[in-house]
Design a protein around this ligand. Structure first.
Ligand code: ATR
Length: 268
């Protein structure tokens, strides 16, 4: 019987995950189906329960249910614990395993696809919501020289930094003035509103990469980075495909080829 998977969210119609997983399955010859599952805003657990009863093997979880998925999972990976949110659920006889593959997806996109080793680098991460929290652990594991977490509401950045202890420093945007970074990552939701975080000028080292976790149209942050002379500017499409590949690996124990899928999505 064909194994069933899905992405659950609200809204979910825009999700590219079904296309990505269909391509992974085709490439690796896995007998699986992957659909979209719209859960009512007050009915996440019921929707997941039903999917499991029908024999579903796993789910990707998107907005606004990643924290509820955290509560739902009986077992969690260490990286899911650190992220405080779950984007991947796996169902089997032993129960429900929750994982978070967002940070691993970002790191793989940065180090493999964009060829920027993070060891010894100066990294600026903007934002202190769930998107930022999901990637801090995996970024710190790469042993950068510095990880600065900047947020408009500095207290929120400080609380988040405290969860991770050594190696990360909270900051306001103003206090960044005069500092330089090899990598600047936008994990705020500013791009969604067509806004740019209040970044001072002159933040980028000559080889710097500017990375927006959003994808689709060029964001104000990406435009800003080009004007500031960034050596490379990237959206988050690669991260999207890489986090999907990590989920696929958790479910199927097979690693798909992500590059062809990234190219396919860029072309479309
Ligand atoms: P998500 O789960 O996507 O991270 P969130 O928890 O709502 O969403 O967090 C949004 C983040 O984007 C916050 O860090 C927010 O900053 P504040 O905590 O100061 O509100 C940040 N953000 C949103 N719009 C922004 C803007 N125009 N400039 C800078 N930061 C912005």
């Amino acid at each position: 019987m064909t194994d069933r998977y899905a992405v659950v969210g609200n809204p979910v119609a825009h999700s590219k995950s079904p296309n990505i997983h269909a391509e992974f399955a085709r490439q690796t010859g896995q007998d699986m189906a992957y659909e979209r599952l719209l859960a009512p805003l007050d009915g996440f657990a019921e929707t997941v329960d039903r999917f499991r009863t029908e024999g579903g093997k796993g789910l990707n979880v998107t907005v606004p249910f990643k924290e509820q998925a955290f509560a739902y999972a009986g077992n969690k990976t260490a990286r899911a614990q650190a992220a405080g949110a779950i984007n991947t659920l796996k169902f089997d006889e032993t129960g429900v395993l929750g994982d978070n593959t967002d940070g691993a997806g970002l790191v793989r996109d940065l180090t493999t696809n964009l060829q920027l080793p993070l060891n010894g680098k100066r990294i600026l991460l903007m934002g202190a919501g769930g998107a930022a929290r999901g990637v801090i652990g995996p970024l710190l594991n790469e042993q950068p020289q510095t990880l600065v977490l900047a947020n408009r509401t500095v207290d929120k950045a400080q609380l988040l930094a405290n969860l991770f202890g050594q190696g990360i420093m909270a900051s306001s945007y103003e206090a960044l003035y005069g500092q330089r970074f090899d990598l600047v990552i936008n994990a705020t939701s500013a791009s969604l509103q067509g806004e740019l975080p209040p970044l001072p000028e002159g933040l980028l080292n000559p080889d710097a990469l500017a990375y927006d976790m959003m994808y689709g149209a060029e964001t104000p942050f990406m435009k800003w980075a080009k004007l500031q002379g960034a050596a490379k500017v990237s959206d988050g499409l690669g991260m999207l495909v890489e986090q999907a590949a990590e989920s696929f690996f958790l479910w199927r124990a097979v690693r798909p080829d992500t590059r062809t899928v990234i190219h396919m999505l860029r072309a479309a």
